[in-house]
Design a protein around this ligand. Structure first.
Ligand SMILES: Cc1cc2nc3c(=O)[nH]c(=O)nc-3n(C[C@H](O)[C@H](O)[C@H](O)COP(=O)(O)O)c2cc1C
Length: 348
């Protein structure tokens, strides 16, 4: 296994393709049951799922979550396909960690996505822990500028870093550094996990740091612990050493997405929530909006189509839109405002 930030992305994609159990499932959304309306009192064609996110109108509340970036033809292609499809369908797109462009200048190309997505919401991404490794406002501004982003995600991934042999595990005093970044940028900073969810304590720390957007990225989807376990095994094999099972032990660690959304629901007057982590269809999306999310993120479901073509990504987005609009119709809901945080739609 390689140690460079640039090669790591390709290794992650490889592991996800080979091991379907990196997508953990858990059916957390199945436990949320909705009130079907036999008499919806509207026409399916009347359903309007458009919404506003970061000042831009999206055709429905979908965000293609952070995945890739780097100096590799496959990575450049994935990002181009995602950006073209996001623009065509008017949904939001976040890029993967941009740390790589500071160690491999050629990686910048993979993030120049405004040329393919001139109007829709684009979000940059850096690991918050890098703020303890010399990153600061300069890197945050560069990350935004390269894709003319509408905002910057700072991801929190303590579990992944703890499992990685080469992980950065000093997460001390990060919230004050996050605050410094949030205050110094003229675009919003969004905090996200990467698959282990957000607690109320994390949320309150973020709020105190001036953050207004939180992506819960909860347990139930892609498990970084399991992915890093595979990388550790390969390294041990190459080096002829013993590997450990730490990554397997923690593969289902964390707060699932539904629980995280429920825990943060009382704070909706203070922040905008993004639901991600294990959403796999339009029904999971609609449940997220009903639980108070303004937008819904998905990563893993877009990986395979993004490796194929822009059309394949568009087809995946259209599947989700059709499912989402059908669910709105069956709940008798005409627009997003009537869905958002509408607890009466949950079957008790
Ligand atoms: C291939 C792949 C690469 C990812 N890379 C990043 C990343 O660089 N930065 C980040 O914040 N999250 C990253 N994620 C995490 C996702 O953005 C998301 O938070 C998480 O996977 C949960 O969504 P999912 O269950 O729909 O995959 C990645 C996910 C995948 C599948």
């Amino acid at each position: 296994m390689s140690n460079t930030t640039n090669d790591r992305k390709i290794e992650h994609i490889d592991v996800i393709q080979k091991d379907s159990l990196t997508d953990r499932g858990g059916n957390h959304f199945d436990a949320v049951r909705l009130t079907h309306r036999a008499l919806p009192e509207l026409a399916l064609s009347e359903v309007d799922s458009s919404c506003v996110f970061l000042g831009k109108t999206l055709s429905f509340p979908l965000l293609i979550s952070s995945m890739t970036g780097g100096d590799h033809p496959l990575i450049r292609q994935i990002n181009q396909h995602l950006a073209e499809a996001a623009e065509q369908c008017q949904v939001a797109l976040a890029v993967g960690s941009q740390r790589v462009m500071f160690s491999h200048a050629q990686a910048r190309e993979s993030f120049k996505l405004r040329q393919y997505a001139p109007s829709t919401v684009l979000l940059g991404n850096l690991g918050a822990v890098q703020l303890n490794k010399g990153f600061g406002l300069e890197q945050a501004r560069a990350a935004i500028d390269v894709l003319a982003a509408d905002g910057l995600y700072l991801h929190l991934n303590p579990l992944q870093e703890a499992i990685q042999l080469e992980g950065d595990t000093d997460f001390s005093n990060l919230s004050e550094k996050i605050q410094h970044i949030a205050q110094g940028l003229d675009k919003p900073v969004l905090l996200k996990e990467v698959g282990s969810g957000f607690s109320v304590q994390d949320f309150e720390k973020g709020l105190a740091a001036g953050i207004k957007y939180f992506d819960v990225a909860g347990r139930g989807g892609t498990s970084w612990s399991r992915i890093e376990h595979h990388r550790n095994q390969s390294t041990a094999q190459q080096q002829g050493t013993n590997s450990n099972d730490l990554g397997l032990c923690f593969q289902d660690w964390g707060i699932d997405t539904v629980t995280s959304l429920k825990m943060l629901n009382p704070y909706l007057n203070k922040a905008t929530l993004i639901s991600s982590g294990g959403l796999r269809n339009g029904i999971d999306m609609i449940k997220s909006v009903i639980l108070g999310a303004s937008i819904c993120g998905m990563a893993a479901p877009f990986l395979k189509p993004a490796m194929q073509s822009t059309e394949a990504v568009v087809a995946e987005i259209e599947r989700l839109r059709r499912e989402f609009n059908t669910a709105m119709f069956l709940l008798g809901m005409k627009d997003i405002n009537s869905l958002f945080n509408n607890q009466s739609l949950i079957l008790k």
